[in-house]
Design a protein around this ligand. Structure first.
Ligand SMILES: [Fe+2]
Length: 257
């Protein structure tokens, strides 16, 4: 008599053993996630297609309705192109179909600001999150030379930068005015949800909390690379920090496809 119930419960669990998050305590209110590393074998995220499926199942279990995945493009380590990213996305979409996993997924990129990035800007060959919005990152330790010129060059080419996880750039920590300047210069700002969980350290959490309280952020993202990030994100949804996040007017839902 209990075997049917047992089987149904087992079926509801994803490969990491997660149960779907209860309604009201998950990330459904965001609608879309716009920063993750789900394409296998092309950056430091999913290594195999099984990794990809496991993380995407976890996202569905946490209430997400739509995914824009963003492989690194960094000439020295992950020299991805529109072709490698598009081919990888098709592989993921095919695997989702074969496994009856139903969630819309698109791909853009997380561009590291380097010389080859500037070439792509000038050629107008960037993958966008939405319209002309492009996710960019830079060194955690050193401010990129001529950052304001880079932003100006992107804008002149018709792009709008989204600065990935600004709270993680340590050289800005002593100078919070920098974040406001970037925003005033037309950049959008994307918070990593796990920053608020303290996943990257206390200082980063303090800065993320501060930037949220000042209304600096536009989007938030999971920046999910592996199963530990999925577990931490699930734990965050059940923590006291969740209320501050759910009360913030993130724009993610406008990215739903
Ligand atoms: Fe990332």
């Amino acid at each position: 008599m209990f075997s049917g119930l047992f089987n149904r419960k087992k079926k509801e669990q994803d490969i990491y053993g997660h149960m779907p998050a209860p309604v009201g305590a998950n990330w459904a209110f965001l609608g879309a996630d716009m920063h993750s590393h789900f394409i296998p074998g092309i950056d430091d995220g999913a290594k195999t297609i099984e990794d990809s499926l496991g993380m995407i199942r976890a996202m569905i279990g946490m209430g997400y309705k739509s995914i824009i995945t963003t492989p690194h493009v960094m000439i020295d380590y992950y020299p991805n192109t529109v072709e490698t990213i598009t081919a990888g996305l098709q592989k993921v979409q095919q695997a989702l179909k074969e496994n009856n996993i139903d969630i819309p997924i698109k791909a853009a990129a997380e561009y590291y600001i380097d010389e080859s990035f500037m070439t792509l800007v000038d050629k107008k060959e960037l993958l966008t999150i939405r319209d002309n919005e492009v996710l960019v990152e830079f060194s955690m330790l050193y401010e990129p030379p001529m950052l304001s010129e880079v932003i100006f060059r992107m804008q002149s080419a018709g792009y709008k930068p989204i600065i990935a996880h600004p709270e993680r750039y340590l050289f800005f920590h002593g100078n919070l005015r920098k974040f406001r300047e970037l925003k005033d210069n037309g950049c959008l700002m994307q918070m990593n949800l796990l920053s608020v969980a303290g996943y990257y350290g206390k200082n980063i959490k303090v800065v993320a909390d501060e930037l949220m309280s000042k209304g600096i952020y536009d989007y938030c993202g999971s920046d999910m690379h592996h199963e530990k990030h999925a577990a931490a994100l699930k734990a965050l949804a059940a923590s006291k920090e969740y209320n501050a996040i759910i009360g913030y007017p993130f724009l993610n839902s406008r990215l739903c496809s």
